[in-house]
Design a protein around this ligand. Structure first.
Ligand code: HEC
Ligand code: HEC
Length: 350
């Protein structure tokens, strides 16, 4: 009787202990879902390009409401099964992974997988299918691999550079940023590292050759600022910069800058290399101011100003394009700009 009672007491104690143990583990494994959402959806991570804005899936699997555990997530992110790039702790901390897991598990299970962000047409080149549909580079870089082609022109790079950028990205990218402009503050590296066993060199070579066929793109940035009225009119400044590596990156040649005047305004004066005056643009039926600039070498920037009289029609802001004739590229060679607040940058997307 006594021993039975003793055993019973021990059993109760053991159960109670096991309970607190489980509770403690659960407490440890709960992150901050609000921060998880911020990191996943609004952070600098690009996870949503493949997993969907609400973690409903897309090119990558759905994560919402699937009860993925912290350990599973760490394994999947640090050492992916297949085509996902690996993100290292400097890009995404363990705590941030825990917060994301907690967030995904607050979401309902997705009734249907979301659409792919980008899809290469079945009639397109094989290398494009590889880059966009099969390896997923194009889920972030679009159907013409815009950012990698800008980077290649800015570094006047070869295939060795390309391989390092893909296989060892988290290490190589900050070094390149320092080389390009040590002063400029940049956020964390966004793209992860791809494994050569999942993305073999032969496939990268196919993509590289196709990128060369499309043509590398000089990394031009155009920023239009200003808008303070004065006695003579309202003056705007356009800064055009070649962000390539000094003495190495490609030169943009024979540039045409076209600035569309908002309805209701007229050009009073302008400064900067090669100002051609204004003309009527047939296509948009608006007045445009035009500059022709012989070249912009790597790391060079030039300023162009224009003073407008009159009052722009509601919501109309000056906007325009920078195009160049050489080197030739079949896509992405035109930079769009529009009036922006101080601090913003001219080239969006990746
Ligand atoms: C290029 C597209 C892509 C990006 C970007 C991406 N993933 Fe993935 N992810 C995948 C694919 C595809 C898989 C399936 C496994 C594989 O192919 O590696 C996956 C698998 C996962 C899994 C495992 C899912 C499961 O079913 O167990 C998690 C967790 C995950 N990703 C989280 C993330 C997080 C967090 C980020 C951002 C830091 C991210 N992924 C960025 C494509 C991507
Ligand atoms: C998660 C989105 C994402 C995926 C997937 C991705 N990239 Fe990137 N890549 C980026 C971003 C963002 C940058 C800009 C630097 C940074 O923050 O990492 C970049 C930079 C690069 C660069 C260097 C560009 C420069 O300015 O020098 C190359 C080259 C590149 N990517 C190639 C690839 C290839 C090839 C693949 C597929 C095997 C790929 N990327 C997949 C997001 C991605």
């Amino acid at each position: 009787m006594r021993t039975t009672l003793f055993a019973l007491v021990m059993l109760v104690l053991a159960v109670a202990q096991a309970d607190t143990g489980a509770a403690q583990n659960a407490a440890q494994a709960v992150g901050d879902p609000a921060n998880g959402k911020a990191v996943f959806a609004f952070g600098n991570t690009s996870c949503t390009n493949c997993h969907g804005l609400e973690a409903q899936g897309g090119w990558g699997p759905d994560l919402a409401g699937r009860r993925i555990t912290y350990d599973q997530a760490v394994a999947a992110i640090r050492n992916p099964m297949w085509r996902m790039p690996a993100f290292v702790p400097s890009q995404l901390s363990d705590k941030e992974i825990l917060d994301m897991v907690t967030y995904w598990n607050t979401l309902p299970f997705a009734p249907a997988i979301g659409k792919w962000r980008n899809e290469a047409p079945a009639t397109g080149p094989r290398a494009q299918q590889l880059a966009v549909n099969i390896l997923g580079c194009g889920q972030c870089h679009g159907n013409t691999m815009s950012t990698p082609r800008h980077g290649a022109a800015g570094m006047n790079a070869d295939f060795e550079w390309f391989k390092k950028q893909v296989y060892n990205h988290a290490t190589v990218m900050p070094e390149q940023w320092k080389q390009l402009d040590a002063e400029r503050q940049r956020g964390r590296v966004r793209m992860g590292n791809f494994s050569p066993r999942r993305v073999p060199e032969s496939q990268l070579k196919e993509i590289w050759d196709w990128m060369n066929e499309l043509g590398m793109v000089v990394p031009l940035v155009a920023r239009l600022t200003g808008g303070q009225p004065s006695a003579t009119g309202t003056t705007y400044t356009l800064e055009v910069e070649n962000e390539g590596l000094r003495d190495k990156g490609l030169t943009a040649e024979d540039l045409t800058i076209t600035l569309t005047l908002p309805d209701g305004t007229k050009a009073v004066s302008a400064t900067g290399t090669g100002y051609q005056g204004t003309r009527k643009d047939e296509k948009s039926n608006a007045d445009v101011a035009v500059w022709r600039v012989p070249q912009l070498v790597a790391h060079e920037h030039q300023n162009f100003t224009i003073t407008l009289s009159g009052t722009p029609a509601a919501d109309a802001v000056p906007r325009g394009t920078v195009a160049y004739a050489k080197p030739t590229a079949k896509a992405d060679a035109v930079v769009n700009f529009a009036l922006q607040r101080p601090g913003g940058r001219g080239r969006g997307g990746v």
